[in-house]
Design a protein around this ligand. Structure first.
Ligand code: F6P
Length: 501
């Protein structure tokens, strides 16, 4: 894709804003700086994009504020020296403990996250958290307005996710009509019947309608948003077919663009010597026999990811089909996430308990049905593990998109493997046809689907794997970026030309 052309059609510079930063810097007492990369597909994917354009990324500077503030240092060039590709400017916002609690832990992750994932019983009451959320969004709006002023001409400001729902309107108040504002919402947008439970729902809709373009991963979420705006906001003129909302003198265009992964890079990583070494070492260190078949799951430890339900299904599979005992190991890689929130800490315990239960029930002296680890694994190691696995199991109870499913396909399992995919993941809308579909709460159906996937003849596996590989190459990270930028160019130009997908 011609990014420069699309970008210059969209604006004169790129300012990105997200809650999570792509690199986290820790400043040691001896002046040494260590840099690591937080978990999550969003930042990894966007970092790939930003390396190609010399823009500014604004994010919460989680972790290292004290040392950096003493140094007066709120911008840094990333990626750190030695990484491939170009660099860009990362501007960190330093939030105090109360702000982090109210804005990130409470409003974003105990109200909006469960609400958008249709888990209303998990939504916590919010009091002062709303004021923190508003204030932190204002800090983002101030920083975005400053970055937009520093850029030449009228730049494109690209916001991300549910942490920043008020910021588009606040930025508009600061920067006027000038910059083009696009916002990608990476989690589901629920139906109106669910969204109407949202505290401050009018303000959230009003905030998002400060954007010129609002992007979801799949058309279902666009429709849910449009119907929420229609039902929830007096004075909004909503055209569901055209995907537009007119409100407070401005038109917001709503589009779907499914996020993809850098398929070529993942395939390369999967074929690297490091990946091969990791595969062999992983089997050896975890006591997995060379001939034992593998199923793999890779998730942040979040209650939306369906890890507990997946373990229930494997337990049923081993109970009903003794022939898999000793022959198949399910490897679950978990990344700890938002552990300060009780629902997350509880979930991590439930996962561990389920792993122990299945292992206690079926393990023998030389075989374990489940290998579970929260160890950090390199990208090459992970890609190697995907390639090694007969099954990639991605079974969220609800998920905006899910990039793990695509990574599994991109790595290209040796034999070839089968993707077992929840119909509740956004990516099921694009890849579901060639995956083995499951409903995560249907334990018996899930176990039967695992059995089907494990017994699928090679010819059929190959047919599906080829179709999946074509699918993720057509909808890879570059194609997502091109889709978003074309839509931006469409709304920014007088004569429209907005793609309709
Ligand atoms: O993709 C959804 C998302 O919430 C991102 O916004 C986020 O960076 C990622 O999941 C990981 O979550 P967190 O940033 O809260 O660790």
């Amino acid at each position: 894709a011609d990014f420069d052309r699309l970008l210059s059609a969209a604006g004169d510079g790129l300012v990105v804003a997200s809650n999570r930063q792509p690199y986290r810097h820790d400043y040691g007492d001896d002046g040494e700086v260590t840099v690591d990369r937080p978990a999550g597909g969003l930042t990894a994917g966007l970092d790939e994009v930003m390396r190609r354009v010399d823009g500014t990324w604004i994010a919460w500077g989680d972790g290292e504020a004290d040392a950096a503030v003493v140094d007066g240092d709120d911008t840094v060039a990333v990626p750190p020296d030695g990484d491939a590709g170009g660099t860009y400017t990362l501007r960190r916002l330093w939030l105090d403990g109360d702000e982090v609690q109210g804005y990130y832990y409470e409003l974003s992750n105990q109200v909006l996250w469960p609400l958008c994932h249709a888990a209303l019983a998990t939504v916590e009451s919010c009091g002062d958290a709303w004021a923190d959320y508003r204030r932190v969004n204002e800090q983002f709006a101030d920083a975005m307005a400053a970055a937009a002023t520093d850029a030449d001409g009228d730049p494109l400001v690209w916001l991300h996710d549910y942490h920043l729902a008020l910021a588009p309107r606040q930025l508009r108040e600061r920067a006027g009509a000038g910059p083009t504002l696009a916002h990608t919402w990476h989690i589901p947008w629920p139906s109106w019947d669910t969204f109407r439970a949202c505290p401050n729902r009018d303000a959230l809709l009003d905030g998002l309608l400060g954007n010129d373009l609002l992007v979801f991963h799949v058309p279902r979420y666009c429709e849910n948003f449009l119907r929420s705006a229609d039902r929830g906001l007096d004075g909004a003129a909503v055209d569901v077919d055209a995907g537009t909302v007119e409100y407070r003198g401005r038109t917001t265009t709503v589009r779907a663009a499914p996020m993809g992964v850098p398929a070529d890079r993942i395939r390369e990583q999967a074929g690297s010597a490091e990946a091969a070494g990791f595969r062999a070492a992983f089997r050896k260190n975890r006591g997995i026999d060379r001939d034992t078949r593998l199923a793999v799951g890779v998730d942040r430890l979040d209650y939306t990811k369906g890890v507990v339900q997946r373990l229930d299904a494997f337990e049923r599979l081993f109970a009903d089909n003794p022939r898999y005992r000793g022959e198949l190991t399910f490897v679950q890689i978990g990344t700890e996430s938002r552990s300060a929130i009780p629902a997350y800490a509880d979930y991590q315990e439930r996962v561990e308990a389920a792993v122990d239960r299945v292992n206690d029930r079926f393990a023998t002296d030389d075989w374990r049905p489940v290998v579970y680890t929260t160890d950090m694994i390199s990208n090459e190691g992970l890609a190697g593990l995907y390639r090694e696995a007969d099954l990639g199991v991605v079974s969220p109870v609800r998920d905006g998109m899910n990039l793990v499913a695509q990574e599994y396909v991109a790595a290209g399992a040796d034999d070839p493997g089968v993707l077992v995919l929840s119909d509740q993941a956004g990516v099921h809308d694009t890849l579901g046809e060639w995956a083995v579909s499951v409903r995560p709460h249907d334990t018996n159906g899930f176990a039967a689907a695992l059995d089907d996937a494990l017994s699928m003849p090679e010819r059929e596996r190959r047919r599906r794997a080829n179709a999946l590989a074509d699918g993720i190459e057509d909808d890879d990270l570059d194609s997502w970026l091109a889709d978003v930028l074309s839509a931006v160019a469409g709304v920014a130009s007088a004569d429209g030309g907005v793609p309709t997908r």
